[in-house]
Ligand binder design. Structure first.
Ligand SMILES: *[C@@H]1O[C@H](CO)[C@@H](O)[C@H](O)[C@H]1NC(C)=O
Ligand SMILES: *[C@@H]1O[C@H](CO)[C@@H](O)[C@H](O)[C@H]1NC(C)=O
Ligand SMILES: [Zn+2]
Length: 359
């Protein structure tokens, strides 16, 4: 079960044993987590009969919420949680904000054979995505974020209105390992870009989030390529100067267009209704995930792991685990490919060749 998998490993030995098994079977778990679980399990074994709860002097009840002191934002990613430094990891976010326990949460795993082709999901119209701006990039303690001037807009693509770009940020793994928030048929990409937009007539995101269709996020996956993507130099070259939380620096002039695939390569995408992937987890987001990934080489991807969380630990694993669909339909544009299983492919080829008689 989802909750089991991400339970925090500061408890008794029996639960821990179960977790270790789950971790081994799971491909998306971070190494760090496995280490924590193994270490905690070892401690549990070496003090027989004494539950960890007692050892650490922690009283656990149902849904206890950990606080990191007087911090304004009391939530963290799973990679930040340790038994010595507890914080509200994703399975506790619903205690930080009730919306995080809602029924239309993001991210999700997209099962391509269950997506429904929708003819209304035509190509997008991008306006002023080529416009050059001077942005400020900031380590906000959870990610790196760039506020963009509210000039570039997106419409079409089955969106109910015109939306303007507000900011973009990224989610990543550890040293170029799995780190995207959304997954496609279970595959987790090394990184994911979110360009956050709001309906054109709103002045700020808070207002837009009160509208169930107020926000549109364009999501892009990254893939590791053999050569460096020079168009990302303005961002990657300044990461070393914003390692600490709240650091910021100005970027060399860039455009949104230079960070994403060409328009011709953005006609294949998935669409569903969901939420912000960090608290407050507000369910006001029309999600678009583009099929075509953005190439970065391993050295470029690894640079993001040089950033630091507030406590000085490496900023890695900055993704929320996938959330239940709860009956939501995911749509795909005309161009998006269903990844058919080899059985289906063989059957399709056999049919095409007129070999559909039982053998
Ligand atoms: C950038 O950091 C400086 C302090 O070093 C601060 O005065 C300024 O407001 C920050 N800018 C942004 C956009 O966060
Ligand atoms: C679209 O993507 C393909 C790779 O999938 C690439 O070869 C092609 O050059 C791209 N087209 C444009 C116009 O960038
Ligand atoms: Zn995001």
């Amino acid at each position: 079960m989802l909750m089991d998998k991400y339970e925090t490993p500061c408890k008794n030995a029996i639960t821990l044993k179960k977790q270790v098994i789950v971790f081994v079977a799971s491909s998306v778990e971070s190494e760090t987590l496995q280490k924590h679980a193994a270490a905690a399990s070892h401690r549990a074994r070496s003090s027989p009969g004494i539950p960890l709860d007692t050892v650490h002097g922690i009283r656990r009840k149902g849904g206890e919420v950990w606080h990191r002191g007087s911090n304004d934002e009391d939530w963290c990613y799973q990679t930040q949680f340790t038994c010595d430094h507890k914080c509200n990891a994703p399975e506790k976010w619903n205690h930080v904000n009730g919306d995080c326990g809602g029924r239309s949460q993001s991210p999700i795993n997209i099962v391509t054979r269950k997506t429904l082709k929708d003819e209304r999901l035509t190509p997008f119209q991008f306006k002023d995505y080529q416009k050059i701006f001077r942005g400020v990039i900031k380590n906000n303690g959870h990610s790196v974020k760039v506020e963009v001037p509210h000039l570039s807009t997106v419409s079409g693509g089955g969106l109910p209105a015109t939306y303007k770009a507000v900011q973009f940020h990224l989610h990543w793994g550890t040293n170029g390992g799995p780190g995207s928030e959304h997954t496609i048929d279970g595959e987790q990409y090394p990184m994911e870009l979110h360009i956050v937009h709001m309906k054109e007539h709103y002045a700020d995101l808070t207002t837009a989030l009160a509208d169930p269709e107020g926000v549109a996020v364009l999501g892009f996956f990254y893939e590791s390529s053999s050569s460096a993507n020079k168009k990302y130099d303005p961002i990657i070259n300044v990461l070393r100067s914003i390692k600490s939380t709240n650091d910021n620096t100005s970027l060399l002039p860039i455009s949104l267009a230079q960070l994403i695939p060409s328009e011709q390569n953005m006609t294949s995408y998935y669409r569903y209704k969901g939420s912000l992937t960090t608290p407050s987890c507000t369910e006001s987001v029309i999600w678009t995930l583009f099929e075509q990934p953005i190439p970065l080489n391993m050295d470029q991807l690894r640079m993001f792991s040089e950033l630091k969380f507030q406590d000085g630990k490496p900023m890695v694993g900055t993704f929320r685990p996938v959330q239940p669909l709860n009956g939501r339909q995911v749509y795909r544009s005309g161009g998006a490919v269903i990844l058919a299983s080899s059985t289906l492919l063989v059957a399709a080829i056999a049919t095409a060749l007129g070999l559909s008689q039982p053998i």
